[in-house]
Design a protein around this ligand. Structure first.
Ligand SMILES: [Zn+2]
Length: 250
């Protein structure tokens, strides 16, 4: 008993009869949880996905899988277009429960056409920054794990050269102070470190002195030990320059 009134597969142009509780045929059906609403049923399928070092889950009902995306392959292609990697359909309860037991990203849930990272990027000026948090963790290329704390978000830069922005709405309410943002930054940096090393990272917080204009803030950042500002043309998300590993001379 699929969605009331439906007798054929939700994939446009398929036309095959439906399979069990599914809104898809036996060929196109996806595994998942059966959900009953009144006289209708649908299957909610779950995918494990990753985006910039965060693990999460995305759910979609089988009618949408067929009708909107033309099947599982079409939906998975859309997820990849949206920036997800390591996209895996969770076909068994065991896999689903294993994934649920992990720490899941805040964007987990029903599939969305727009994710936080699709929002237009704000024009950033140096005077928007409140603090920079340095660590002694660096990658093979010499890129250090560090974070730039702005007045309303935090930009994390990873040792592999990638970056991620945590927006204030994602984790804190909008009245959060610079201290709250710095706390959040330290938690995020330590959480990341725990995935790559058993050592406890040394974090150094440099707060931007109050009342600096844009040019003064830039000079202040450049005056910090181990910091060198580099224009990254190839990495739009980039900030800061390569920082030598701890204990190594510049
Ligand atoms: Zn079909």
């Amino acid at each position: 008993m699929p969605m009331k009134g439906r007798t054929t597969c939700a994939l446009p142009e398929c036309g095959a009869p439906l399979s069990g509780y599914s809104n898809l045929c036996t060929v196109h059906t996806v595994p998942g949880a059966i959900v009953r609403m009144g006289d209708s049923t649908m299957i909610i399928a779950a995918w494990a996905v990753e985006h910039e070092h965060e693990h999460g889950m995305v759910f979609l009902n089988d009618f949408a899988v067929g009708d909107v995306f033309g099947g599982r392959a079409g939906f998975e292609a859309r997820l990849k277009e949206q920036g997800f990697v390591n996209v895996r359909l969770l076909g068994t309860t065991k896999k689903l429960e294993a994934e649920r037991s992990k720490t899941l990203a805040s964007w987990s849930g029903s599939w969305q056409a727009q994710y936080p990272w699709h929002a237009p990027t704000k024009e950033r000026v140096f005077s928007d920054s409140r603090a920079i948090v340095l660590t002694d963790i660096a990658g093979d290329e010499g890129d250090a794990l560090m974070a730039l704390v702005y007045r309303d978000d935090v930009k994390l830069k990873y040792p592999d050269g990638t970056a991620r922005t945590i927006t204030i709405n994602e984790r804190l309410d909008t009245s959060a102070s610079a201290d709250d943002l710095i706390d959040l930054t330290e938690i995020s940096l330590r959480a990341y470190c725990s995935t790559i090393t058993t050592e406890t990272p040394q974090l150094t917080v440099h707060r931007v002195p109050a009342g600096l204009d844009d040019e003064d803030t830039r000079k202040w950042l450049e005056s910090l030990p181990r910091i060198q500002l580099v224009e990254h043309t190839e990495r739009t998300e980039g900030f800061g320059g390569p920082v030598p590993p701890a204990g190594q001379k510049e």
